[in-house]
Design a protein around this ligand. Structure first.
Ligand code: C5P
Length: 222
């Protein structure tokens, strides 16, 4: 099964406040992106295409290539938002692949088993597969004044992680018809009316967003 992975890493990491792009922030002495790319390659991914901040392609390329000698990694300039960054990376895919993964550099510690589970689901016929976790907290919908409008039924809610897996055709179709920005790629596929499968996610696939997340990552993986 031939797999290509797209890694949107063009964010500036403003919420992390480290003063450098989030993908370059070190944990256990290595940039988040290096950890992420290494796990993708360990899971059997044949090629990795990273979307970098347009004004900082070279350090991103260096961090990605640090994951493996002669790593099959290409870096393209990213876009103004995550959706555009993924589309630009997708435009750089050439050749035939059975599965395309989209994986946030910020989820650098996603276990190889979780990556393999997503690949297997698509290889077995799912047009889209995403890793999910149950929600531990109660979730409420609030209005602009912070007043509660509704309480969601927690048992049917899931937290969504990456990598998300697609057939190349489905991801291309989703991005060709994408209107506006989505916080994940499977949402674009939902808009096409295509069923999105779920597989079991993992707590280690946490997204490093805030200084608190970074402290947890360093404590667990450092
Ligand atoms: O902002 P957020 O943490 O949701 O971003 C998720 C991923 O999308 C990050 O890995 C970030 O680098 C990437 N991103 C991107 N291009 C942008 C903005 C974010 O590739 N313009």
């Amino acid at each position: 099964c031939e797999v290509v992975a797209l890694v949107p890493a063009a964010g500036q990491g403003v919420r992390l406040g480290a003063g450098l792009p989030k993908a370059l922030v070190p944990v256990a002495g290595e940039p988040l992106l290096t950890h992420a790319v290494r796990r993708l390659l360990d899971a059997g991914v044949r090629e990795v295409i990273v979307a970098a901040p347009p004004d900082g392609v070279e350090p991103i390329a260096e961090a990605a290539r640090a994951a493996a000698v002669d790593a099959p990694v290409r870096v393209v300039p990213g876009g103004a938002d995550r959706t555009e960054s993924v589309r630009l990376a997708l435009d750089a895919v050439h050749g035939r692949f059975d599965v395309v993964l989209v994986h946030d550099a910020a989820r650098a510690f996603t276990p190889v088993e979780t990556i393999r589970a997503v690949i297997s689901a698509v290889a077995a016929g799912a047009p889209v597969a995403i890793p999910v976790l149950p929600v531990a907290d109660t979730v409420k919908v609030v209005d602009a004044d912070g007043m509660v409008i509704a309480t969601s039924d927690r048992s049917s809610l899931r937290l969504v992680q990456t990598p998300q897996g697609f057939t190349l055709d489905v991801l291309r179709q989703a991005h060709a018809q994408a209107a506006g920005v989505a916080t994940d790629d499977s949402a674009l596929v939902e808009r096409l009316g295509i069923g999105v499968h779920t597989v079991e996610g993992h707590p280690h696939a946490m997204k490093v967003t805030t200084p608190f997340d970074l402290a947890i990552a360093e404590a667990v993986f450092g």
